[in-house]
Design a protein around this ligand. Sequence first.
Ligand code: UD1
Ligand code: CA
Length: 459
Amino acid sequence: MVAVAVLAAGKGTRMKSEVPKVLHPLAGKPLVERVIRSTQGLPVERLLVVVGHGADQVRQALAHLPQVEFVEQSPLLGTGHAVQQLVPYLEDYTGDLLVLNGDVPLLRPETLVQLWETHQQGNYAVTLLTALLADPTGYGRVICDGQMQVSAIIEDRDCTPAQRQNQRVNAGIYCFQWPKLRDVLPRLTTQNQQQEYYLTDAIQWLKPARAVDMQDSTEILGINDRKQLAVATQLFYERLRDEWLRRGVTMIDPDSVTIEDEVELAPDVVIEPQTHLRGRTVIGAGSHIGPNCWLENSTVGEKVRIWYSVVTNSVIAAGCQVGPFAHLRDQTQVGEHCRVGNFVEMKKTQVGPDCRVAHLSYLGDAQLGTQVNVGAGTITANFDGRDKHPTVIKDGCKLGANCVLVAPVTLGEGVTVAAGSVVTEDVPADALVIARARQVVKPGWRPPYMRNTSYDGGN
Ligand code: UD1
Ligand code: CA
């Protein structure tokens, strides 16, 4: 078992933001939550998050993770000071403490598992992640010998020109034997460029101290400004796309596609350019999505074709065709083999199998049975200015073009609605309803100014 502490109290001045740095989202989740998720391969027995700047906002953003214990740091006097705040929380604790910077969101869970295993096998006082970077600017430099035994970490600002040449950087990710770290914490001072208590200064008094070089240095990217956030976001999406390509998904132009980490795709899904899959979206085998789609928290069955459409919090069953330019939202459910066509919007609507809503419709709070055909331009009027009302359209109904169904209203099975009808009352099964003015034809009628002239065809 291991205790985890995430340092998340800093302001993040270089983000130039009202939002605390660790709450900036990366692919839909705050940085600090990404960091917490990177520990999911470990047997975590305590999860402490050090909060300071924007503490209330950070607490709120993590409220859905009940195992988190919050530790206040005030004032903010550096990473060493942040760890000093843990002492009262870990009084009787004698195990390992994994310390993670709250702004390092790309760590893979496997990496932390390996770090902890190395730490345990070597019985080190501290084991830390390092990487050799072509451009180490801004990172603390790790001084170690040929056996990767660390003697010190020196912050970029405090380095001599010679030390600055050292390309081995500190990732800000450490596994400590907590009792040994606790014993040296009181020795930290603020005698450095930033006049802060540096956690990195503790390393010099801990023996043996071991550095573990990362092969993939992108994992330790720290987010200090928006440029780094953008780079990390790209790397994160690229990783997920590579994974789906390996697992049998086709992408026509991968760089233009974003897929969040809770999305699930079956093999033989095809994703066209500019398609964005968000939240808990699931797509069944053989479905073909895009170009230009946004799918969020939605479930799509097998062999569905969706293009140029927005689908949120909805379910589309197997064999449907959706779009171009459809918008399905708010718990809409479309049954198997339906066609939802151009410029169709559905809100909180259930559609049975084999229905066609092919052109220019709005269906809100509606329930359609099976094999219903909705004509072009037909809509539900579901809102009376104060409340929303339901529309029920039972199996086999045929609705002509440009009808308005004024809710609440129910059409029984097999009803036919004449084109242009405004239906305000329920209709029993197997009936024809015509709810429009009868056409009037006046033979020989002309506008008054033409009455005494001979017809010239309008020229
Ligand atoms: C830190 C390391 C540096 C390492 C780099 C890796 C120190 C002194 N330096 O530098 O060696 O190369 O990370 O990214 O540790 N925080 C607090 N309380 C504070 C100050 C910071 O909780 O008083 C938190 C911040 O929210 C942040 C993390 O600690 O999540 C790191 O702080 P930051 O100021 O970004 O440290 P760096 O200068 O990047
Ligand atoms: Ca940082």
